[in-house]
Design a protein around this ligand. Sequence first.
Ligand code: TRP
Length: 338
Amino acid sequence: MDEKKKVMLSGIKPSGDLTLGSYLGAIKNWAERAEQFDCYYFMADLHALTTRQNPADLRRRTLEQLAQYVACGLDPEKNTLFIQSHVPAHAELGWVLSCYTMFGELSRMTQFKDKSQKNADNINGGLFAYPSLMAADILLYQPDYVPVGDDQKQHVELTRDVAQRFNNLYGETFRVPEPYIPKVGARVMDLLNPESKMSKSDDVGNGRVCLMDSPEDIMRKFKRAVTDSDTDEHCVRFDPQNKPGVANLMQIYAACTGRSFEEIEAEFTGQGYGAFKLAVGESVVEMLRPIREEAQRLMKDKAYLEDLCRTGADRAGRIAYKTLRKVYKKVGLVAAVR
Ligand code: TRP
């Protein structure tokens, strides 16, 4: 028998369409880990409710995200892929953990502060308690690692605090997970505003490339990408401090083609940004084409998607309920008779 594999878990909120940034920064790396780790990936649809969603869009995006996970190479046989709301233990443990997360802790979360500013007319209880639900998502599966971007690190730290607090009160119940910040994995920036991350939720779309964008849309967005006013023959060079737009495009091109920055600089010596941006756009079109086509095909196969949902939720549910039963018992809830 192999030694037991380490467990890894992550989720993405289907509040916006997945982007080139979601793929290069996260999902592509996830797909490469299936042999080494026991992996759980889910669509955090309950989390999406913390900001107003159009119901039809949310439904479409959640299923599309599942189809895209598979199209990006996450093998559903080797990874447990599921929709958060299909495993009610998330909401159930979320409630319990909200009773072990302090008002002060939740008030200090930078994401809560940001989102309260952006949604001043809808600072709801769910937005505030978001990290307790996220702690439940994580702790249910007893993972060793939680791969997240920088913006979610604070939530994973809080999850560790809550797990430790609970363990101290009731004895070893939760494994205390580590955030996992991958060594490789590009941080893709917005094409029009290369100082900020390419976000899936910003509604104006020209600086962000979505996995389902048509080749024409992708090319249009790259042609408009912000560079700078350099015109010398070495204007394509890697200098993230002074040339953030160009550095971002180089990073994207490197990820799509496997070329190094030196090779890219050599390739475009003596050429202007016009030719460079076309080349980057084309490399992205070719990388995303099979993903988009496969996701579109899967979206039409309702029976397959349903089967995927059912299998994923069953597999996840078995693990999640084991943890939830333990927690209910420890805190003193009477066991339900079934
Ligand atoms: N909060 C994450 C986001 O904004 C999504 C998420 C929800 C998540 N639960 C999680 C990520 C658990 C990792 C682990 O995208």
